[in-house]
Write a protein that binds this ligand. Sequence first.
Ligand SMILES: [Mn+2]
Length: 296
Amino acid sequence: MSNLPKFERIKHISLTPGMKLIVMSDMHRGDGSGADDFAQNSLIYRCALEYYLDNGYTYIELGDAEELWENDNFDQIYITHTPVYELLGKFHDPDPEKTRYLKVWGNHDLYWKYHQDIYQSLFPGIQIYEAIVLNDSILMIHGHQADPMCSGPIAAVSQFFVNHIWADLQRTGIKDPTRAATNPGLCNEVDERLHDWATHNDQGISTIIAGHTHRAVFENLSVTELRYLDCKVKTEHLQITHKADRCYYNTGSCVHPSSITGLEVYFETGIQCSLVEWRYATDGGIVAVKRDFLNK
Ligand SMILES: [Mn+2]
């Protein structure tokens, strides 16, 4: 029995030996004001992208790249973050077989589902998808499809709130109390539904890679759970909730307070994944941007 929803525009990719992907989501690129959560991480993000560009990776942008709930048009976002778009242009090729830039829409940039021609004026020939399927078995989607607050009829109410009220509050410095990333209850519910989709479907999907929750997950374990497994403090009877398996991964986001996370996917003998974090670090008195592996 399949409980996977039907996705509208799907790109199929065959990962061949030597191919490397970097999957990141939830940049929420905005207008550079106090409501733009991405602006503070722009430099970290560009350092990471330059590394992936130089090292032969294909970049998969897994939704909510643009914050189009809080901003009425893409123009303001583009003029604020022009250096980012110039860098993305180096991954892009108008030939869909050669391009190293693949884009998927999320709920905050669902706009691209209907207006990909606007993005094409910047990236000629680019196609924007709802889903990417790797080797007929790994499904990559933004993940809002598993969140009733952000898909279907209630989504319009959420969008109204974000567009008309939240952006103004955020400009005054107020932090979001409702965001899934800081609300483990909502996060767990979405994670569990995505995990369930990956384990109960008749479409040959064995793994789902998503974003949306802003909470990074590696082999079904959140970063907190990964750290707990690795830590020396162990209170008796205290156990983590989830069991590790290779059915579900989450990229996290690019709007963490001082870092960005992403999932590197490689094909050698089989498909391998690493959950990475890029952040500022000191290096002999100099500030540098460094990559850490969150899974050991
Ligand atoms: Mn989202």
